[in-house]
Design a protein around this ligand. Structure first.
Ligand code: SAM
Length: 275
């Protein structure tokens, strides 16, 4: 049984590449990377000789067609390493289908952990880290984006979004419409790089402050904030809701609670739906 290694690579600072990642790449005979040219800089910098190795590309559009070849290598008893351009493979990056099939074929899959932009941004955000939701990139289509934003707006967990420089302001403006300008947000830019920067404040302040966006961004959005003073504890609120739905339909029960406690229906829903 051979092993597919999922090797995390730096998200900027090459000093973050682990010794174990380097050893793994030196030891495997086959490497699949999202962009062979980008990874070649890494191989050169860390003295990983490709002389006796086969390197192939594996990106979103060709992932399925590459799987048979990778299975053939694993079936032949050879270990394979998968890398993406930056960070952890499979996290808003290719590899999910490959891992699913490799496991189905009873090969082992091992993570060589390392940088990932979502965790690096979350821990410096100053927002709640105990429970969080990773959204990745919003869909491009306006109606789907809106749906996803509404979902995040009512989530009782911190949420994490990936964004590029051209859309970051637009995304913040859209989030302001759905979550309100006063919702807290952290905007982490170019993590681990020379121009690393983290903005912490409200969505409105971020829109006013971020000019001429450049580089790569992670947005960390505060969880829905329920008026703690006026709303009872979640457990208590759920109990009241459960009593009400014995006689009323759920919509009416939520309406009553939202009027009683001066909270939005979305806020009430987000609490009563918690398992
Ligand atoms: N697999 C990667 C990971 O584990 O973080 C993410 C790949 S995804 C295609 C690329 C996105 O990650 C970027 O658009 C940006 O949102 C985020 N990202 C990657 N590197 C970053 C960095 N150094 N600083 C801030 N965000 C970064």
């Amino acid at each position: 049984m051979a092993t597919l290694y999922l090797v995390s690579t730096p998200i900027g600072n090459l000093g973050d590449f682990s010794q174990r990642a380097i050893e793994t790449l030196k030891n495997v005979q086959f490497i699949a990377c999202e962009d062979t040219r980008r990874s070649s800089h890494l191989f050169t910098y860390f003295d990983i000789s490709l002389k006796e190795k086969t390197v192939t590309s594996l990106f979103g559009e060709n992932e399925r067609s590459k799987i048979p070849k990778i299975l053939e290598w694993l079936d032949g008893g050879f270990d394979v390493a998968l890398l993406s351009d930056a960070g952890t493979p499979l996290i808003s990056d290719p590899g999910e289908k490959l891992v699913e099939i490799v496991l189905e074929k009873n090969h082992s899959v091992v993570s060589i952990p390392g940088p990932s932009a979502l965790i690096s941004a979350l821990v410096v955000s100053g927002l709640e880290t105990s429970q969080f939701f990773f959204e990745g990139f919003f869909p491009r289509k306006a109606s789907e984006r809106k749906k996803r934003m509404e979902f995040l707006a009512s989530l009782p967990y911190t949420s994490i979004l990936y964004e590029g420089p051209h859309r970051v302001i637009k995304t913040l403006e859209e989030l302001a419409l759905v979550c309100g300008e006063n919702r807290k947000i952290a905007v982490a830019r170019e993590l681990t790089k020379i121009h690393e920067e983290v903005f912490r404040g409200t969505i409105g302040e971020a829109i006013r402050q971020i000019e001429n966006p450049k580089g790569e961004y992670v947005l960390i959005l505060e969880k829905v904030s329920v008026e703690k003073a006026s709303l009872p504890e979640a457990i208590e609120l759920k109990e009241i809701y459960q009593k009400l739905v014995k006689d009323l339909d759920p919509k009416e029960a939520v309406e009553i609670l939202s009027k009683k406690y001066g909270a939005t229906r979305r806020q009430i829903y987000s609490i009563v739906r918690i398992k």
